[in-house]
Design a protein around this ligand. Sequence first.
Ligand code: ATP
Ligand code: MG
Length: 344
Amino acid sequence: MTHHQVASTQAGTAEKILTGDRPTGQLHLGHFVGSLQQRVQLQHRYEQTILVADLQGLTDNGHRPNKVAENILNVVADYLAVGIDPLKTRICLQSAIPALAELAMYYANLVTVARLQRNPTVKNEIAGKGFGASIPAGFLTYPISQAADITAFKATLVPVGDDQLPMLEQTNEIVRKLNQIAGQEILVECKPLLSNMPRLPAPDGKQKMSKSMGNCIYLDSDDRAIARAVKSMYTDPNHLRVDDPGCVAGNVVFTYLDAFHPDPGYVAELKQQYEAGGLADGTTKQILTDCLQTLIAPIRAQRAVYMADKAQLVAILKQGSEQAQEEADAVLTQIKRAFGLKLF
Ligand code: ATP
Ligand code: MG
């Protein structure tokens, strides 16, 4: 039985999944807990499309497009290395699916500039990237392009980190406007699927881990890099002596132990001990280092195998993109009809 059949036999649960990543760097532990792990599970049950969003990557990299081009295959290798199976999940490339860019041009007429400027994630990113008065138009409008990506596959469920919630809201607004214009429900609204760690912080505990901030532990980081990152992690600044009671809340080491340690009971014991006093930060950091090194080692090894055959990675993307273009084209035709622009 294929996964398509499984999905359709569960009445009312035949979700369609769309997610993606900007190829602006290799994927990191934030992606792993925020979305990749869920995608690996979901691919067995539902029809899943994963988009390598290279056009979206260009929206803040127009002056250095190489950064995007160079990372496309890196991201595909990351997918395969964590267990995303191209026979179960359609992996495709945004720029190879022209219907997506076309759809975005239609949707852009349904969204005001003021609405785009209110998007809290975009606001935050504009401030963080230091664009000043020179915000690329493509950057301000990327939520529209994301709406095109989601609706082109009629996705109902989008596994994302919490920074993406405003994008899904924006998408659903466009969906409602379009259905109103069409006079019937041609598009469906989508729901976010948040993991239990929807925003993994960077080691400093302030920012989210993000490719653009250079604060990442990557899925192929070596043991030394992992140890270094853990050593730099923010803990409780008032926990000066080992015997002092320590604070778990906001302590990045414990945030990561919660996210990555396979034994939650053990982590609960560590927390108790830390709060009572008598557990050193050096000890918790060593436990976390071991845990992350164990997690990443097999992913790193798999990734190296996939990166050694780039032609295979390209073939996977090409095949997925061709299938995706067919599906997106059908939606584009519906949208053109809704606007009364499909004369032939
Ligand atoms: P960039 O800095 O280029 O924007 P990024 O690290 O934010 O890169 P994206 O490609 O923008 O990664 O995000 C892909 C997906 O991963 C999104 O669903 C996003 O919510 C999720 N994600 C990214 N960073 C984290 C994080 N630190 N914790 C949880 N989820 C995350
Ligand atoms: Mg991002």
